[in-house]
Design a protein around this ligand. Sequence first.
Ligand code: ATP
Ligand code: AMO
Length: 465
Amino acid sequence: RRWTAVGSLEEGFKDRTVLIRGRAQTIRAVSKNMAFVVVRDGRNTVQCVVTASEGVVSQQMVKYVTGINRESFVDVEGVVSVPENPIKGASQQVEVQVRKIYCVNRSLPQLPFNIEDAARSETDFEKAEQDGEQLVRVNQDTRLNNRVLDMRTPTNNAIFRVSSQVKSIFSQFLLSEGFVWIDSPKLIAGSSEGGSAVFKLDYKGQPACLAQSPQLHKQMAICGDFGRVFEIGPVFRAEDSFTHRHLCEFTGLDVEMEIKEHYSEVMDIVDRFFVTLFDTLNEKCKKELDAIRRQYPFEPLKYLPKTLKLTFEEGVQMLKESGVDVDSLGDLSTETERKLGQLVLEKYGTEFYILHRYPLAVRPFYTMPCFDNQAYSNSFDVFIRGEEIISGAQRVHEPELLTTRARACGIDIKTISTYIDSFRYGAPPHGGFGVGLERVVMLFCALNNIRKTSLFPRDPLRLAP
Ligand code: ATP
Ligand code: AMO
């Protein structure tokens, strides 16, 4: 039997008999002789009309159709027709005049929420209010508690297709630049980043933790002479507070590479990768971005063909000139980062930029101090719409300095001794960076919460589904 995808149904199919499979999104009885079923297949929907007519469709069949539960899987055989008026509530502008319909698998009669309700935009709510109509709002917890249903909205379908593209473009770009795709362990003896945000566990009687990043092992792969490596993998952070941009588990896109002369070689990869990423997403994911925009409107990201680089000192200067009080050797708060994002946009016309030469005191122990001024470091953060998506740096490749720096940052040397030892047989100068996948998708699409771009988000209160 030949199956037709709902998304391909168009006027050219007029009078053809087609067989489609999808979910019964809505079922509406008009009379005992007529019912409408909107069938959804992925992101696309088509209106199917069931009309009782002698010898073709019985009244009994119309009754059967009205008894199908929403979200059940159905097979529909019917003839394509083109109505005179535009069809509201379906993506395809043709109808299917049903000849046969089978329920392949039933959904429960009561849904936690309707897919159309979960797919509404603010504009829909405003319009309904003007029309004196009452629409149902589906809150985030209800959605996340029933994530499988929530995934069925066109917006969510599109978000995770964009996310898939980001990983694909990332790996293709790096492979073409001679990087080797590695996998590092997630069960490790000591914390990777330091600090308290680490999940501790028992490893057959030994204390262990879940990797806070592939940091130590990606650097060890460089000591093993791979030259340039990258990884796509889970990153665990025992965050203990709620924000719109922190998860307890996220997907890290990590890069590490030998440096010949300067950490700008690493920033050059960031620049070229992200310009390629944004260009490709805008070109290849047009449909997905439009679908996301229909529910959550956003302006396309403003970026330059060559990424803007500012030093931390220049950033601090811009903030001070605009009247913001900042510590020139401290970290930037979330709010100050946002403010700087606005200032950069006004002055340089970009919402994507690199801020480098951070104060050493606010960076992890493995960060290389600046050669000309030890108060600063060969490090950088990268921002989209005023929020951080990347941290990166040149690393300390000299074992004695690395030990001193780790001790100074309060790290128990015993737990990272194999890491430090790997620098004792000659290590090349190197650097790299880590990107948070969920943040990139969230900020590229100007979404307001990282839980929207994580398929099954993990936060301090959520471990299921
Ligand atoms: P990274 O870990 O790469 O630095 P980040 O976005 O968590 O990424 P931080 O440097 O840790 O950035 O923090 C930047 C700012 O974000 C902090 O000054 C603080 O205001 C805020 N912040 C960080 N972590 C949390 C958290 N768990 N809860 C609330 N706010 C946080
Ligand atoms: P950092 O800790 O800055 O650096 O993490 C890198 C990037 O990961 C993302 N990120 C997060 N995303 C979601 N939830 C979180 N809790 C979270 N924390 C961080 C951000 C951040 O920019 N080893 C270094 C990278 C390196 O230097 O190579 C590191 O992990 O987008």
